[in-house]
Design a protein. Structure first.
Length: 376
């Protein structure tokens, strides 16, 4: 098969990174894979195969016929068997290119979040419902995301499948202790990995950490990522006098070494699908404390593979952090369970096979229908 992956742009965001990793694994299974970005970007995604760019303009998202034509030309030249649209504007560009320029290949859409938290008005629902009509299969990242999708778009029920995100295997140096000590007591290092957007809730993460500093004055918080709210968060940290305790790393090509050097991963998000960073922490044997949102509870089982906190309960979040720092036996129990979970079913080498099986099914079904249409 030939698979064309359409991504928003080259950027260190979960949807693009996973699409690139999936493309690489699919290629290793003997399939031809092309990675096409809608908008320009200056990040090198983890894929060594053929990469192209439509040259789309973010300010012309509703009408960008040149980019649609460019995609149609690529499809005509490369002759992919299936197109996978990976979040963002990718489905919109694929659908309009198909409608305007008449190519026939099936479209698979990967739903990586809780879609109802973004589609809140009837016009938006009608607009997106129109686009989803042209998706031959919708692959949701979690059961929660799939159920949420069906509530909003019940007509898509038969198209929806669930395939979780996976992570890459990589050598990791294991920590020897669950928390550092200095001359003044426990000095935990905490980490958050994610784009600086509203969904990731950095503003409350900083408040949670500020409360934690009253218990562990020498604690450190490492923030990895970039995004539209980063400068605002840097200013808030400066105004609160927390610059010595909070470090901004920016975009990092390799985040596992930073996670592996921490005492806990914190994820107080208010919107999530199934974040790969949790799986990376599991793989690194680092405890995770997270809000119970989206599909997180499908992998982070409270008191089994991590500590899950009711969304918005910051006091409980602080107490959960204290628990994984101070209770060494519990922390070891959690990380061992989490590690076994991720290596048994959440490595990309296993996940890629599931995607390939879906592609083969979609292509086979499409060819049967298209052949019937040609005969008629």
């Amino acid at each position: 098969m030939t698979i064309l992956h359409l991504v928003q742009k080259p950027q260190m965001r979960g949807a693009e990174i996973f699409a690139a990793q999936l493309a690489a694994h699919t290629h290793r299974h003997g399939h031809k894979v092309i990675l096409v970005a809608v908008f320009p970007g200056n990040v090198q995604l983890p894929f060594d195969g053929k990469t192209l760019n439509l040259g789309g303009k973010p300010g012309h998202r509703l009408w960008n016929i040149r980019a649609w034509r460019r995609l149609a030309r690529i499809i005509r030249e490369e002759r992919p068997d299936v197109i996978q649209a990976n979040a963002g504007d990718t489905l919109k560009y694929a659908v309009f290119s198909k409608l305007v320029f008449g190519w026939k290949q099936p479209i698979v859409f990967r739903n990586a979040s809780t879609i109802s938290l973004y589609i809140k008005t009837w016009p938006a629902r009608i607009w997106n419902g129109f686009l989803f009509r042209y998706a031959d299969k919708i692959i949701s990242v979690s059961k929660t995301s799939a159920a949420d999708f069906v509530v909003l778009f019940p007509g898509c029920r038969d198209k929806i499948m669930v395939v979780p995100i996976g992570i890459e295997e990589t050598p990791v140096i294991e920590k020897k202790d669950t928390a550092r000590h200095n001359g003044s007591g426990v000095a935990p290092v905490l980490v958050h990995v994610g784009g600086f957007t509203y969904e990731k809730n950095h503003i409350r993460l900083i408040a949670i950490f500020q409360e934690l500093l009253t218990i562990y004055p020498h604690a450190r918080l490492h923030l990895v990522g970039d995004g539209p709210l980063k400068k605002e968060m840097e200013e808030i940290v400066r105004q609160k006098g927390l610059s010595a305790s909070i470090r901004f790393y920016g975009i990092q090509k390799e985040v596992m070494p930073i996670i592996a050097a921490a005492d806990a991963l914190l994820l107080p998000s208010i919107i999530e699908g199934l974040p790969g960073v949790i799986l990376e922490a599991f793989y690194c044997k680092i405890p995770v404390v997270a809000y119970d949102v989206g599909g997180i509870k499908e992998i982070l089982v409270n008191n089994d593979t991590g500590l899950l906190v009711q969304k918005g309960d910051e006091t409980a979040f602080v107490n959960a952090i204290r628990e994984v720092i101070e209770n060494k036996e519990e922390a070891i129990f959690l990380v061992q369970n989490a590690y076994q979970l991720v290596i048994s079913g959440y490595l990309n080498k296993w996940i890629a096979r599931r995607f390939i099986s879906i592609y083969e099914s979609v292509v086979r079904h499409w060819k049967e229908i298209y052949h019937i249409q040609k005969v008629i």
